[in-house]
Ligand binder design. Structure first.
Ligand SMILES: Cc1ncc(C[n+]2csc(CCOP(=O)(O)OP(=O)(O)O)c2C)c(N)n1
Length: 287
């Protein structure tokens, strides 16, 4: 299936739908991560509906591009993106974190259509992505590889081994995206273990760095295009985002890293996102 190239206003609508899905799933499950999924929603919408090449009817299509979520815990955005793209019915999102459903708390390649690697243990995804990018080149395949990482996750040493390898092998088919929301499970990243200057670190590792407002759809699309046009180096998009983006009482609050809204808080969140629990849960139930 060719790339979708949705226009920016349609991408913004998709990101809004993804945020509504995230909150609805979390209300229903009463368990799961709120903050990171909401900060990733805009670039995930652009990845699925503008940038990547895939066939939701045939998730293993050999010609597809591949995206890996190294931050396995952001499954609400991951599953919403896959369901909105047609990999499985929207109603499956209502079984998030339920026994018997395939949308488990952390993603499983064996269970969920469109999940390319089982993840959750931080720091591993970029190594997987480097392997996939090298393998694609050896197969003389045109596919592109994407790897979504967290900013707290940058504290993992294994990421820097993978970063060194990616530049050594000049993997220009590899595009990493860092959800740079400044927060992690135990507080603000700079207080837990500072990672700045992150752009300089990647540049020193011979990567091409694009720094953007990760909630500005025009910038996101342009960053993907710049990465695609570049030859001879891997690209990292440092997407400056806000944890909990879109829900006033969650924004920039690390305590929302790993908990769901209560049903009452969730109703307020959906109202801020321009819908209601009744409307959006019915959309998912019937989708
Ligand atoms: C190897 C490993 N150590 C610790 C954890 C527990 N853990 C899960 S998410 C997280 C914080 C990650 O921070 P960040 O990458 O900034 O993600 P965000 O908080 O923005 O979702 C931690 C420490 C883990 N999943 N894997």
């Amino acid at each position: 299936m060719p790339r979708l190239f949705y226009p920016v206003d349609k991408l913004k609508e998709k990101a809004l739908f993804i945020r509504r899905d995230i909150i609805t799933m979390l209300i229903q499950a009463q368990s799961g991560h709120s903050g990171g999924p909401l900060s990733c929603a805009d670039f995930c919408a652009a990845l699925a509906f503008y940038e990547a090449n895939y066939d939701p009817m045939n998730p293993a299509w050999p010609e597809r591009d591949i995206w890996f979520f190294s931050i396995g815990h952001v499954t609400p955005v991951h599953y919403s993106m896959l369901a909105e793209a047609g990999f499985f019915p929207l109603r499956d999102l209502m079984n998030f974190r339920q026994f018997g459903g395939h949308c488990q708390g952390h993603p499983s390649k064996l269970d969920t259509p469109g999940v390319e690697v089982s993840s959750g243990s931080l720091g591993q995804g970029l190594s997987v992505a480097v392997g996939a990018a090298l393998g694609s080149r050896m197969d003389r395949h045109q596919r592109r590889i994407y790897c979504i990482m967290g900013d707290g996750e940058q504290q993992e040493g294994s990421i820097w081994e993978a970063a060194m390898a990616a530049a050594h092998y000049k993997l220009d088919n590899l595009c990493a995206i860092v959800d740079f929301n400044k927060a992690q499970i135990d507080g603000f990243v700079e207080n837990v273990m500072g990672i700045e200057p992150l752009a300089d670190k990647y540049r020193a590792f011979n990567w091409y760095v694009v720094e953007i407002d990760g909630h500005d759809m025009d910038s996101i699309v342009e960053a993907f295009e710049r990465a695609r046009a570049l030859k001879g180096r891997p690209t990292v998009i440092l997407a400056h985002t806000i944890m909990g983006k879109g829900v006033s009482f969650m924004e920039d609050k690390p305590e929302w890293h790993g908990k769901p809204p209560s049903p009452e808080q969730g109703r307020q969140a959906l109202q801020e996102l321009g819908t209601t629990w009744e409307e959006w849960s019915a959309r998912l139930d019937n989708g």
